[in-house]
Ligand binder design. Structure first.
Ligand code: G6P
Ligand code: ZN
Length: 583
């Protein structure tokens, strides 16, 4: 500690006869809190809820209890998107980890680590797991959301079996262990050693970016990317406007885009992480990243725009004039062009996967390239087993997630570097790349309507209605025809999606109501698993066109949207006339 921190003019230690330095942990009685149920990715609640006495303590203790004897002498990664309440939560984690026999914590400087960076640290150092302090794309700040999630040994989000166990424990917790006198700062790099209950306990505060940047350098050809960005004798500089939306990616964007790839300072925006994200909703989509969309639209020098969410796992890519690339198309294009990325040249390309509501564009690429293909439930955790088994190289979700088996999380910066590699290789702009792709494969028109913060009861009733109509009475509904604006669709099949993991045979049920039509179009209804209050209804529409690929998606999908609203009686149940977000 003295070596690492020049402020110390002197250091002193004492022997083991109890004079000082040796800290003791205590056991504190507590009572359970209702609703500590991890959602699609971790526990997300309002900051005020996490601030309730013992709320965070209980939840963290339940992680350690669920991990059991593996905790003893383990190393764990800790960090997050820096949102409000992170510092306090990290202090709590340090004290509880020490009391539970953890040997070492690796903490990102100022508590900052993106979700992909945590995943890679877990894998690089082969540690027990990581505790990530984030509510991802949900707004932050004192009045908004905080969240805690756990990533396991393979670097991926904890599977259902683990989070269910944690939830069960939160319902009966009686005490937690804590070392209340342990104070350890984490705003500067360094190693800090403590004696806790006569064991050694170490906190190492690490550079938030180094390990991740090194990984990116092994995956992509940084020399080529730099020459794309800065321009070369035969090529103008390629201007990308990067928007970190005041989230954690700012520190990675600074390192990679400014320092490594020599992008112009004015081509990066909102790259200082703020604990309230500057009062915005750090979610990279057409609604919440409007500032980026407007800036790219307004300035023809931008050939591309990209934004990330709070914790850096989501991405949105737009082309010149703010030409929107749906995440489903983005996945398909990357899949079809992986051969220009060194990582895949070296490791080969195994299968592809997408979550069920994601449009089926990548399915067509998989078929053409003769690769295995998987359709999984919503949530990145479902990809992990397939990757560990060497059967999955690239996957994505409609919720602005794209990633590969380089880690076990989706990865926003990786996705943008993948796009830049493709652009560099093909010497084409984004819109042209998409048009070429649609010409070869046809186009999956896709849209998602979100109805945020509906009344929970109303949303549940709507889902029950769909379940009764489509699943319980499936026999009656199959073959039924619905029409709108002179287009008719016949129901081929309806179900509530369930998934059997091909590797460990675990089953995930009730993953969304699907209505499949004879022409291959799909309507899907799900309740979001990432909200922190009320219920968010998501309605997904996917429709394939072989020839006609240049129509506006909202116009193209209007008849199916009308049919979806008619079948679900969404307006009657929720009272909502219009969605809050359309992507
Ligand atoms: C998070 C997860 C994604 C998932 C998304 C869906 O971002 O990491 O894997 O697709 O949430 O959230 P939802 O709100 O639709 O449950
Ligand atoms: Zn996220």
């Amino acid at each position: 500690a003295v070596k690492a921190n020049p402020k110390y003019e002197m250091g002193a230690a004492f022997d083991g006869d109890g004079v000082t330095m040796s800290l003791k942990s205590i056991i504190v009685p507590t009572t359970p809190f209702e609703g500590q149920k991890p959602g699609t990715s971790g526990l997300r609640k309002k900051v005020a809820v996490f601030m309730e006495k013992n709320y965070t303590e209980n939840f963290i203790q339940c992680y350690f209890d669920a991990l059991g004897s593996k905790v003893e002498n383990s190393t764990i990664i800790v960090g997050g998107d820096g949102r409000y309440h992170s510092k306090r939560a990290i202090n709590t984690i340090i004290r509880i980890a020490a009391a539970n026999g953890v040997k070492k914590l690796l903490i990102g400087e100022i508590g900052l680590l993106s979700t992909p960076a945590v995943s890679n640290l877990i894998r690089t150092y082969k540690v027990l797991g990581g505790i990530v302090l984030t509510a991802s794309h949900n707004p932050g700040g004192i009045r908004n959301d905080f969240g805690i999630k756990f990533n396991i040994e393979n670097g991926g989000p904890a599977p259902d079996a683990f989070t269910n166990k944690v939830y069960e424990l939160t319902g009966k917790i009686k005490e937690y262990k804590i070392c209340p006198e342990l104070d350890c700062e984490f705003d500067k790099m360094g190693t800090f050693e403590f004696q806790v209950d006569d064991r050694e306990f170490i906190v190492e505060v690490i550079d938030s970016t180094e390990n991740y940047v090194n990984l990116m350098k092994t995956i992509f050809d940084f020399k080529k990317l730099k020459s794309l960005i800065t321009g070369s004798s035969d090529r103008e500089p390629f201007n990308v406007l990067i928007d970190s939306m005041n989230g954690v990616t700012g520190v990675y964007v600074k390192r990679i885009f400014l320092e490594e790839l020599h992008a112009h300072q004015e081509n990066v925006t909102r790259i200082v992480p703020l604990d309230n994200f500057g009062e915005i909703h750090p979610d990279p989509n057409l609604t919440y990243a409007k500032e980026l969309v407007d800036a790219v639209k307004a300035n023809p020098k931008y050939e591309m725009g990209a934004a990330f969410d709070g914790d850096g796992d989501r991405n949105m890519v737009i082309g010149k004039g703010a030409f929107f690339v749906t995440p489903s198309d983005s996945l398909a294009v990357i899949a079809n062009n992986l051969n220009c990325i060194p990582y895949f040249q070296k490791n080969g390309i195994h299968g592809f996967a997408r979550s069920m509501p994601t449009a089926g564009a990548v399915d067509l690429v998989a078929a053409k390239l003769n690769k295995e293909f998987f359709e999984t439930p919503t949530g990145w955790k479902y990809f992990g087993n397939l990757m560990d088994a060497g059967r999955l190289s690239l996957c994505g979700e409609e919720s602005f997630g794209t990633g590969s088996d380089h880690i076990r999380e989706k990865d926003g910066i990786w996705a943008v570097l993948a796009w830049l590699s493709i652009i560099e290789h093909k010497k084409m702009g984004i819109e042209d790349i998409l048009k070429e792709h649609w010409k070869i494969f046809g186009r999956n028109y896709f849209t998602r309507y979100d109805y945020e913060e509906c009344e929970t009861e109303a949303a549940n009733k709507m889902m029950d209605h769909l379940q009764n109509l489509l699943v319980n009475d499936a026999k009656e509904i199959v073959g039924k025809s619905y029409s709108s604006e002179n287009k008719a669709y016949i129901i081929k099949k309806a179900d509530d999606f369930s998934y059997v993991d091909p590797i460990d045979q675990s089953v995930a049920k009730n993953q969304g109501i699907r209505i499949l039509f004879e022409d291959g179009s799909r309507i899907i209804f799900r309740l979001s698993g990432t909200g922190s209050s009320g219920a968010t209804v998501r309605m997904y529409i996917d429709s394939y066109e072989r020839e006609n690929y240049t129509t506006d998606a909202q116009i193209m999908l209007k008849p199916l949207i009308n049919i979806a609203l008619e079948i679900s009686k969404l307006k009657e149940f929720t009272g909502r006339d219009a969605p809050t977000v359309i992507t």
